[in-house]
Each structure stands twice: as structure tokens, then as C-alpha cells.
Design a protein around this ligand. Structure first.
Ligand code: C2E
Ligand code: CA
Ligand code: CA
Ligand code: CA
Length: 277
């Protein structure tokens, strides 16, 4: 429905097709959601697999819609990325994560918070400066943060992504390759990018105790990560058996429903009190 005029401006047809009408209203809804404070920060604890100690948490956004109830990120993150709204959302997640980290530190918990970045965030030349400002305002060190990036986000514009990541890395923040193994050129990036962590996708982990193929992939990925000097994290640990198997294979850290589902950020304090490895 959008047409580019010869002077470069974009105009919209009065008779918009259904899909773009739907898109426009979803974008309006996302903007409204931000204004009405309908986004919530959930966190999922990240555990050291040999000691059982909590080492950090991943920030995961939720949208509590007045009529539709809980809207999961898979339903709106891709759209937020397409429209650029993701930048607003990422800023919000970073801000809430920094507040949480500060509050945890004040109560004696020095935990690292992992935040998911999207393609658009990586292309934002101001991201390193915004991030530095965030740290100053919340009196946090760069080491309080880990930024998770997917291979597909890097793929979009590898040169610019690498530039942004190098600047962030130079500041001292941890970088993690998320959903490792699901992309198609993982190895080249591992060599070039200044990453600290490799996160094995849950599709290889969920059922690994019953699947020899998955176990082989996980074992090789752990070895690869360690050979490259990286910390290796598994997501999607749903049973004690899988935890034990991963620990035996030398995997450093893990997340999963067996330890905790993602919980509202304000419930993390009571969860931490109760957690016994
Ligand atoms: P992800 O970054 O790979 O996050 C891990 C997903 O696995 C989360 O889904 C988490 O709830 C789920 N998970 C964790 N443990 C288990 C488990 O034991 N079993 C199973 N079956 N699932 C588990 P969630 O929260 O629905 O998020 C989905 C995706 O949405 C995330 O995948 C991430 O790509 C994106 N996302 C979520 N929050 C944000 C955000 O703040 N910013 C951006 N850019 N993306 C986000
Ligand atoms: Ca992630
Ligand atoms: Ca992941
Ligand atoms: Ca994922």
C-alpha cells in the first residue's frame, strides 16, 4: 500500500490492503502499550552447572495486554524489529535491567544481567554511547551486563554489526552468541567477533538425554566453545537428567524450567532466598 513518490517521499493509499492495515494498528498498539506501561520485565536465572550457584539472569520482555492477556515475545518482537519499534523496547529493557541490577547489588547479590539485542540495535551507531550513559546513571560497571546477539542479527549487516560489537566489547561488556547452531555461518563469526559466551540453542538441549544426535552436537559445541576460550551456556534445561548430562560434558552454565521459568523481575528476590541447588 505504500508508494514511493519520485521526490522520495512515501505515501499511503487510501485503500490499504488488509495486512498493512493490521501492521499499522499493531504498531499503534505497541506505542500505546509503552505509554500505558503494559510491558513487564521477566527474568530467568542463569546457574553455574557444577556448583548450582546463581550467576546471573536473562531479561525477557512480556506484554500484558488489557484484552488479549499475556502476549509472548515471539508474537511481537519480529514485528517490533520490522518497524523499528524494537529500539524503544530495547531501551526500556536495558533501563529496567539496570535498575534491577543496581537493586540486587545493593542487597549483596552481584549478578550479571543478559539482555537480548536485535538487528536494529546493532545498526544503531549510538548504542555504545547510550549504554555508557546507562551505566553511569545506575552506577554499574560494564561487567554487570551481557548482551546476547543472534547470528541472524549479525548477518544483516556484518560489517556494521562487527563495528558496534567491537566498541561495546572494548567497554568491557560481555557478548554472547545466542541460539548457537541454528544459524548458517556460526564458525566464521566465532573467529572474527569479540564474543565471550556461546549459548547452545534449546532445540538441541530439550530432549538430549533421549537423543544421541543432540548429545553429539552439544558435546562438540561445548568443546568448540572451550577451545575458542568461551564460556558455554545451555538453555532449555527441563530435567535434572539433562542438567547432570550437561555438567558431565563440561557445560559451564544453564537456564531452564527445571531451575526456574522466567519470573516477574520483582519476584527474583524471593526466588533467590529459596533457591537451593
Ligand atoms: P531467547 O533469547 O532464545 O530466549 C529463550 C527462550 O526460551 C525464552 O522464551 C524462555 O522463556 C524460553 N525457555 C527458557 N527455558 C526454557 C525451558 O526449559 N524450556 C522451554 N521450552 N523454553 C525455555 P521467551 O521468553 O518466550 O522469548 C522468546 C524469544 O523472544 C527470545 O528467545 C528472544 O529471542 C525474544 N525476546 C524476548 N525478550 C526480548 C527482548 O527484551 N528483546 C529482544 N530483542 N528479544 C527478546
Ligand atoms: Ca536470549
Ligand atoms: Ca536462545
Ligand atoms: Ca531462541
Amino acid at each position: 500500500a505504500a508508494k514511493q513518490r519520485n521526490d522520495g517521499a512515501v505515501v499511503y493509499d487510501v485503500a490499504m490492503d488488509k495486512s498493512s492495515a493490521k501492521s499499522l494498528s499493531l504498531l499503534t498498539e505497541l506505542r500505546n502499550a509503552a505509554e500505558r506501561n503494559e510491558f513487564r520485565l521477566h527474568v530467568q536465572p542463569k546457574i553455574s552447572l557444577d556448583t548450582g550457584k546463581v550467576v546471573g539472569m536473562e531479561a525477557l520482555v512480556r506484554w500484558v495486554h488489557p484484552e488479549r492477556g499475556n502476549v509472548f515475545p515471539d508474537e511481537f518482537i519480529p514485528f517490533a524489529e520490522q518497524t523499528g519499534f524494537i529500539r524503544v523496547l530495547t531501551r526500556w529493557v536495558m533501563e529496567r535491567s539496570a535498575e534491577l541490577c543496581r537493586e540486587l547489588a545493593t542487597r549483596g547479590h552481584h549478578l550479571k544481567v543478559s539482555v537480548n539485542l536485535s538487528t536494529r540495535d546493532l545498526l544503531d551507531q549510538d548504542l555504545p554511547a547510550k549504554f555508557a550513559d546507562l551505566l553511569t546513571r545506575h552506577k554499574l560497571t560494564p561487567g554487570s551486563f551481557c548482551l546476547e546477539i543472534t547470528e541472524s542479527a549479525i548477518m544483516d549487516d556484518p560489517v556494521r554489526a562487527q563495528h558496534t560489537l567491537e566498541r561495546l566489547s572494548a567497554m568491557g561488556v560481555d557478548l554472547s552468541i545466542d541460539d548457537f547452531g541454528t544459524g548458517y555461518s556460526s564458525l566464521a563469526y566465532l573467529k572474527r567477533l569479540p564474543v565471550n559466551e556461546l549459548k547452545i540453542d534449546k532445540s538441541f538441549v530439550l530432549n538430549m538425554e533421549n537423543d544421541e544426535g543432540d548429545t553429539k552436537i552439544v558435546r562438540s559445541t561445548i568443546d568448540l566453545g572451550h577451545n575458542m576460550g568461551l564460556r558455554v551456556v545451555a538453555e532449555g534445561i527441563e530435567s535434572e537428567a539433562v542438567w547432570r548430562l550437561l555438567a558431565a560434558l563440561g557445560c559451564d552454565q544453564g537456564q531452564g524450567y527445571f531451575m526456574s521459568r522466567p519470573i516477574p523481575a520483582d519476584q527474583l528476590f524471593s526466588w533467590l532466598e529459596k533457591w537451593r541447588p
